[in-house]
Design a protein around this ligand. Structure first.
Ligand code: FES
Length: 123
C-alpha cells in the first residue's frame, strides 16, 4: 500500500511544526522499531489544550501523524487527549501502510508522555 494523498500533503506541508516556548507539557518518545523520535509540546489552560506543536525526526508517516494529531489535539480536554488513539490518527490520514503503523503509535505515545508530564507538574 502506498501513502494516501492526505499523508503526502501533511508530510509536504506539516501543520504545527516547531518548539512551543510557552508549553507546559512536553513529551519525547523514540520508536524502538526504527530509532525515529517525536517531541510533543502542549500548552494547556483550564483543562483545555490551547496549542500543540511537534518536532519529529522521522519518516513521512511519523511527520504526517504528528501533523494531524496536533491538529486534533487543539481544543481537546485533557481527558479527550488521553483517549486519542493511533487508530484515529490513521483514520484522519486515510490509512497507513502496515509497516508504518508504528509511526502513529509513536505519536500517540508522545501525546501520552506530554500529558503525564503535565500532570507531574501539577503536583
Ligand atoms: Fe519508524 Fe516511521 S517512525 S519508520
Amino acid at each position: 500500500m502506498d501513502y494516501s494523498e492526505k499523508v503526502i500533503q501533511h508530510f509536504r506541508e506539516p501543520h504545527n511544526v516547531g518548539v512551543l516556548e510557552e508549553a507546559n507539557a512536553f513529551g519525547k518518545v523514540g520508536s524502538p522499531a526504527c530509532g525515529d523520535k517525536t517531541e510533543m509540546y502542549l500548552k494547556i489552560e483550564d483543562g483545555i489544550i490551547k496549542e500543540a506543536k511537534f518536532m519529529t525526526f522521522g519518516c513521512a508517516a511519523a511527520i504526517a501523524s504528528s501533523s494531524v494529531a496536533t491538529d486534533l489535539l487543539k481544543g481537546m480536554t485533557i481527558e479527550e487527549a488521553k483517549a486519542l488513539k493511533n487508530e484515529q490518527v490513521i483514520k484522519e490520514l486515510g490509512g497507513l501502510p502496515e509497516a508504518k503503523i508504528h509511526c502513529s503509535v509513536m505519536v500517540e505515545e508522545a501525546v501520552r508522555a506530554a500529558l503525564e508530564d503535565y500532570e507531574a507538574r501539577q503536583k
